[in-house]
Design a protein around this ligand. Structure first.
Ligand SMILES: [Zn+2]
Length: 329
């Protein structure tokens, strides 16, 4: 969802951009500065959408051909520039910007370059870009996204409007999580406390936490597999229905089989296994290499079946039955 009114905090920056849009006095180059997950990308993308929107208002309309093209990721006149290696080198700037900017926009008012990780630009790359920043074609707009200001040449900075995003107050982050009904209130407070004023960071913490809980739950069950009766094992298919939209739980299972298999093949997998108490237990359960390989194959079969829209619970029951059978090999 790209709307200025949806952006939390940083009201001064939003007002600045909307004011420039209203007066039709936008600049050719902006630098959005802020830590990971603080919303610089969302701000830049919302601004880009407004510049190109047929409605020409201070919010993107979301309906016109430009807005729709942008939202499906196929806007002909908004280009995302990314480093091809660790840094944005002179070749990246040449190929992705300088060659391209010679061609006029295809059908919308501007040709916009959103430059990801602009602070990784080498000095050479910045110098290559400088001439275009100094004398940009009338239709060109550059939106640079960066975390650190000190990596830029003063000559580049002097050609851009620097917009510095500020960390949000903890309460604002917590309120956002609650308002979007992402987590219960008490949880939102905890996440916000760790998020350092960044909604993006709060979301990734939430994601990581969910993943860690899922991993633990799945590994606990795998560890029980040799001892649990088949009737119990089959019930797991129903419990795992909560992961229906997150098939990473299959990755957890297949990685487990792969790791234990590697440890077995090496003969002495003690070092590998020591790091993970559960794997130690599992390896000690005495599964043969053949059984482990069959287990891994059963997981892949399940993955294929689910990709082909197979019934979730049935597919998992078949997989679990095979995993359980293997234990007795
Ligand atoms: Zn529009």
């Amino acid at each position: 969802m790209y709307r200025f009114e949806e952006i939390c905090g940083n009201a001064g920056l939003v007002a600045h951009l909307q004011g420039a849009l209203r007066r039709k006095k936008t600049s050719h180059a902006y630098l959005f500065l802020g830590g990971e997950g603080m919303g610089k990308r969302q701000l830049a993308r919302t601004f880009a959408m407004c510049l190109e929107c047929e409605a020409q208002q201070t919010e993107p309309c979301g309906q016109c051909s430009s807005c729709r093209a942008f939202l499906v990721g196929s806007h002909p006149d908004i280009v995302t520039v990314r480093p091809s290696k660790k840094t944005l080198g002179v070749d990246d700037i040449r190929e992705q910007i300088l060659e391209d900017v010679k061609l006029k926009q295809y059908r919308y008012p501007y040709k916009i370059y959103i430059v990801e990780q602009a602070d990784t630009m080498t000095v050479q790359a910045q110098n290559a870009l400088l001439k275009t920043l100094e004398e940009p074609p009338a239709y060109a707009v550059f939106l640079l996204l960066a975390q650190r200001l000190e990596n830029f040449l003063p000559t580049v900075l002097s050609r851009t409007v620097v917009l510095k995003l500020r960390p949000l107050p903890e309460q604002t982050v917590a309120d956002y999580l609650c308002r979007k009904k992402l987590v219960p209130q008490e949880k939102a407070g905890v996440l916000a406390a760790y998020a350092q004023g960044s909604i993006g960071r709060a979301l990734s913490l939430m994601e990581e936490e969910g993943f860690a809980a899922m991993r633990q739950e799945v590994l606990d069950k795998l560890e029980r597999l040799p001892r649990a009766p088949l009737s119990e094992v089959l019930l797991w298919a129903r419990e795992w229905e909560v992961y229906k939209n997150d098939l990473r739980f299959l990755d957890i299972i297949s990685l487990w089989y792969r790791d234990v298999l590697v440890a077995k093949r090496l003969g002495d997998g003690s070092k590998l296994i020591q790091q993970d108490k559960q794997r130690e237990l599992f390896a000690a359960a005495g599964s043969s290499v053949a059984a482990l390989a069959k287990g891994a194959a059963a997981v892949e079969e399940a993955r294929r079946a689910l990709a082909a829209n197979g019934n979730f619970r049935l597919t998992l029951e078949v997989m679990l039955m095979k995993l359980k059978e293997n234990e007795t090999l």
